[in-house]
Design a protein around this ligand. Structure first.
Ligand code: FRU
Length: 477
């Protein structure tokens, strides 16, 4: 282990014992201590799922990026491993930025962005981002091979390589910025070391993003999905409300051909906090996505507690009627402990307590929309979170209210056309993920309940609300 990695381990070991657990997730992956952002290098290798992530071990704030590392047999119970990469230079002297992992024979290969300034770091003119390679036989200790793709002439922002195998070649998509236009560039290789520039793969229309971060490209059903995280899309009505977005373009592609698509960018998650998702394949061929459950520049109250950032639950993608659906990976049910049915079937202008002091639960609700007349009906966690139907607007709303941390406001989606609204709601100590009608939509947000603000109740205001079914599982680690 290099001295920088050893130093990171020592600091983490010490800091870990000082973490305040009040908002630390019980069943999501978060850093042992310090800062986490994007998931990186998600891969199945040697009998384990590996999750790497953007990590600053030295403080709960973003800083020179390392790659944190954890592994799991089932995508929900994670074991922390030593930090995999530190910014040791020269190619990555100011940070090991986001990237991906592939299995090459008996080797695990990480392809990531080396971030470096030539001169003072106060201007992008001095910024250079290059793509780097590191490999491992044991999946834990990595040998660094340095830069494999240099910054193209004239570019500065050029990052987040996602590599996949297709036929006899490796392919890589990389996000980039040309003046104020976000782009994805394509490369091809036979050995992960020598890369051939295949040109611009996709780029933003006017006003649709000055930088496209974290591109990912994969087949789904009969189509190809280009998933990415654009910076700089203006809000339009209910869409694109977060500082940055994450979503996809759907199209067709074959090696050697251009990517053809409709140009229609669709958001993947409609909550306050979901960014930089990355996908990977399970050994049985399911396409799973995990995202960072935060948003750049949002307040992150857990920083007071010695840590920051967490990853979403693993979500399985499918393509139905030209739309990407996203539902919890089947493995998530492995977290379930006891089931507590809620006998309530009808609420008439009332509040009903469902669970006291809940910090790790999966709530399932099936509302009968055609038999519900209340102006608002839904579920609440303390006074800070409500997930409800707004009958007048015809929308399902996630509302959070933590004014003490400047975290307030709503996100919402239109109600489904049919009369059943079925919800799977995953609550952890500082997060909520709402899955609607078995993959139709998803809303994910961070929440920060105070002690005593974790009672779950159902409510109906100004009218009646009717349920086919209700209950919850306690989720056990
Ligand atoms: C996305 C991102 C990436 C970059 C990384 C740096 O959240 O900005 O583009 O590689 O975070 O930590």
């Amino acid at each position: 282990m290099t001295s920088l990695l050893e130093q990171a381990e020592q600091v983490l070991e010490k800091a870990q014992s000082g973490i305040n657990p009040r908002w630390y997730p019980r069943y999501h992956l978060a850093p042992r201590a310090g800062w986490m952002n994007d998931p990186n290098g998600l891969v199945w290798f040697d009998g384990w799922y590996h999750a790497f992530y953007q990590h600053h071990p030295y403080s709960p704030k973003w800083g020179p990026m390392h790659w944190g590392h954890a592994r799991s047999k089932d995508l929900v119970h994670w074991e922390h491993l030593p930090v995999a990469l530190a910014p040791e230079g020269p190619a990555d002297k100011d940070g090991c930025f986001s990237g991906s992992a592939v299995v090459d024979g008996d080797t695990l290969a990480l392809i990531y962005t080396g971030h470096k300034f030539h001169g003072p770091s106060d201007t992008d003119d001095n910024l250079y981002q290059v793509q780097c390679l590191a490999t491992s036989r044991d999946g834990i200790h990595f040998e660094r091979h340095g830069k494999v793709i240099d910054t193209p002439p004239g570019l500065h922002h050029f990052r987040d390589p996602k590599v996949w195998r297709e036929g006899e070649f490796w392919y890589m998509v990389v996000g980039s910025r040309v003046e104020n236009t976000g782009q994805v560039r394509l490369y091809r290789s036979t050995d992960l070391r020598e890369w051939h520039d295949e040109g611009i793969f996709a780029e933003a229309d006017e006003g649709k993003g000055f930088m496209w971060e974290c591109p990912d490209f994969f087949p789904l059903g009969e189509k190809r999905v280009l998933m990415f995280s654009p910076q700089g899309m203006a809000a339009e009505g209910y869409h694109y409300r977060n500082l940055f977005q994450s979503g996809y373009l759907l199209g067709d592609w074959q090696p050697g051909q251009p990517f053809t698509h409709s140009g229609q960018f669709t958001e993947l998650d409609h909550g306050h906090d979901f960014y930089a998702p990355q996908s990977f394949l399970t050994p049985d061929g399911r396409r799973i996505v995990i995202g960072w459950l935060d948003m750049w520049e949002s307040s992150m109250p857990e920083q007071q507690d010695g840590w920051a950032g967490m990853l979403s639950l693993p979500r399985e993608l499918s393509l139905v009627d030209g739309r990407v659906r996203m539902k919890p990976a089947a493995e998530v049910t492995a977290l379930r402990g006891s089931y507590y049915p809620t006998p309530v079937r009808c609420l008439n202008n009332q509040n009903v307590l469902v669970a006291a002091n809940a910090d790790a639960v999966e709530v399932q609700l099936a509302w009968d929309l055609s038999a519900s007349t209340a102006e608002q009906f839904g579920i609440a966690l303390g006074d800070g979170l409500r997930i409800y139907v707004d009958d007048q607007a015809g929308r399902l709303v996630v509302e959070r209210r933590y004014p003490e941390y400047s975290l307030e406001g709503t996100r919402s989606i239109p109600l489904p056309a049919d009369s059943v609204l079925s919800l799977r709601i995953f609550i952890d100590r500082s997060s909520v993920e709402v899955f609607v009608n078995d993959g139709d939509a998803c809303l994910s947000s961070r929440i920060y309940p105070q002690p005593g603000e974790r009672d779950i109740s159902l409510f109906a205001n100004l009218g009646k609300a009717s349920l086919y079914d209700a209950g919850y599982w306690s989720l056990d680690k």
